[in-house]
Ligand binder design. Sequence first.
Ligand SMILES: NC(=O)c1ccc[n+]([C@@H]2O[C@H](COP(=O)([O-])OP(=O)(O)OC[C@H]3O[C@@H](n4cnc5c(N)ncnc54)[C@H](O)[C@@H]3O)[C@@H](O)[C@H]2O)c1
Length: 341
Amino acid sequence: MFNVAVIGLGMGQGHLKGYSEIPDVAIRAIADIDESRLQTCAEQYRIPDVYTDYHQMLALDDIDLISVCLPNYLHAPVAIAALEAGKHTLVEKPMALNVSEAEAMVKMAKKRKKTLAVSMNYRWALGPDSLYLKHLIATGKLGRVYYVRSVSLRRRTFMRGHKTWFSDKQRSGGGGLIDMGPHMIDLAMWMAGDFSPVSVSGQTGTQIMTDTDIDDFAVGSIRMKNGVMISLESTWASHTRPGGTVTVMGTEGGAILDLNAAKGQRLTLFGDQEGTLFEQTLTSIHLPTPQPASVQEHVVESIRAGRTAENSAERGLAVMRVIDAIYRSGETGREVKITAE
Ligand SMILES: NC(=O)c1ccc[n+]([C@@H]2O[C@H](COP(=O)([O-])OP(=O)(O)OC[C@H]3O[C@@H](n4cnc5c(N)ncnc54)[C@H](O)[C@@H]3O)[C@@H](O)[C@H]2O)c1
């Protein structure tokens, strides 16, 4: 049996669901300071041990993997503590508040020789569409990919005056960029087939949510080592039509992945057949090889097989470098070079 535990039971409930659907995985324990959440989750998933102090849970010696699903400012310290306690760790996005925290996490994972993965759940949650698009790119069906546009636009994230840790920069690290940016940058770099950003030019701002100190607007141009250009738009508030899309342009074909469409109908392909241009929204996607149903399943499979997870900490760190660089570029008005590998 493979034993898992979850700390933080907001998004952590999604992790419980993911783990509960994997054969031979047992949810050994959960931790949260909110006792009612603890009790509800323990009953729903019949979890034997519950903790209001996660330190006590980290002391258990029969936990293989821990999900850290806490507010952003707790990701680095708690993931580092979990790794130090000898547990493989799956940390929610954003990986950390900034690059230096993320680097410290990678360092601890290496030191303890444990898997550290970042919860880039969209790759699997948007399946089969996202996974099929990745398959088409990887098998050259779109030709050479040269541009990816990744867009997440919200009209509003919360109403004026509503305060949580999300709206407090000290605890969240920022707004729309650090919240949705990780998903959208990860999806873009995954489709681009490259997690080595070279330089970034961007802008962020607080345009509408002026009762907070966090960004509601962010754009960035990201130059990748393999030559692909990525363009990002992420708003937490804007006067436009909301939605999320990933657009891929290749020399032989293109695609739009619509994050808000129904499962199995999110992918539209564009191409040229003997001079006739076509556009087709797929309706019955068949993946040539079975894929994990969730990020949890992928991470558990990777650990069991001794493989590096596709959503590795190193890739999470690359995403954090881009986020930091967009914030910096916005502050300085200059392009930011990314030197670290
Ligand atoms: N991957 C995704 O799609 C996705 C979606 C939503 C949220 N998230 C991420 O998940 C994380 C949590 O977000 P959320 O929406 O669940 O927030 P939330 O505030 O709803 O939940 C956080 C939970 O952590 C608990 N908590 C806080 N401090 C604690 C401590 N010291 N010890 C134990 N428990 C503590 C709180 O009681 C709460 O139950 C964030 O990093 C967020 O970015 C990811």
